[in-house]
Design a protein around this ligand. Sequence first.
Ligand code: NAD
Length: 300
Amino acid sequence: MKIAFIGLGHMGGPMALNLRKAGYAVKAFDLSDEACKKYAAEGLAISTSAAESVADADVVISMLPASAHVEGLFLGSGGSKPGLLDSIRAGTLVIDSSTIAAATSRKVAEAAAAKGIAMIDAPVSGGTGGAIAGTLTFMVGGEADDLERARPVLEKMGANIFHAGGVGAGQTAKICNNMLLGILMIGTSEALALGVANGLDPKVLSEIMRRSSGGNWALEKYNPMPGVMETAPASKNYAGGFGTDLMLKDLGLAQENATAVRAATPLGGLARSLYAAHSLAGHGALDFSSVLKLLQKASS
Ligand code: NAD
């Protein structure tokens, strides 16, 4: 099976590598020369354009930042730049793993269906660690038959695959999860900052809370306090990982969705504002766990 993989960022690069390691013929593309060079050095075949990568593909996977990128890639930008759907053969399966608005997933999938191309949304959870280890959780929206076609490919990149419902449902599940994650990271940071301000050792406090009723994923796998967890972005100056601006985007999607269905999401709204303030302070490119900086006195 031939796979085109578009978007070799923090997540897409390792995901594409896992597919190649599993024996698939992968042709990859990214707009960034730096990303292309990095993964060419790791052995991925790099195409000169997205259109070239999809020309003979059976499956096309995209892993891009936000709705505008996905819509721009597949549908083009009104005449001057044709959409990639024009270059994809009928009968091909498209898997979009980016986290985007459910409405955009539905719009692109409808345009794909009109050309005889099946499309599912399959956003992921599990972070860069999960992308590297091939243990991501996929939340799939689309037809059950299309998910079954995608399953062998998804299994090479992930450990859990859920069918959330029709097209767009994967995106809805993803933003519910990320709204909770964004809130949890702020709560965890707040508790750790309070303990440290009282002279507690953050490692000891983290272990106490991890094994108590405050235990959560941030304490388990992604501690926001530098030095507590060697592998967490916090211990690498908040480099890599899941950017503050990407979390801000997801919390914005959650608020748009909540407005559309008149849902009450007060903590999600507050979390979005706090990440926005953190981004405005110049930390948008840092991992989202750096939100701790908003809550802790800067060390001199
Ligand atoms: P990233 O910014 O590191 O990578 C995105 C890549 O897409 C970049 O290399 C960029 O050059 C490329 N790109 C953008 N437009 C393109 C186009 N038209 N053609 C080709 N390449 C293009 O982002 P990421 O961290 O890899 O995240 C990707 C998606 O996964 C986002 O929607 C994010 O919300 C989601 N996500 C990220 C994480 C994480 O921990 N980083 C976890 C779960 C989900």
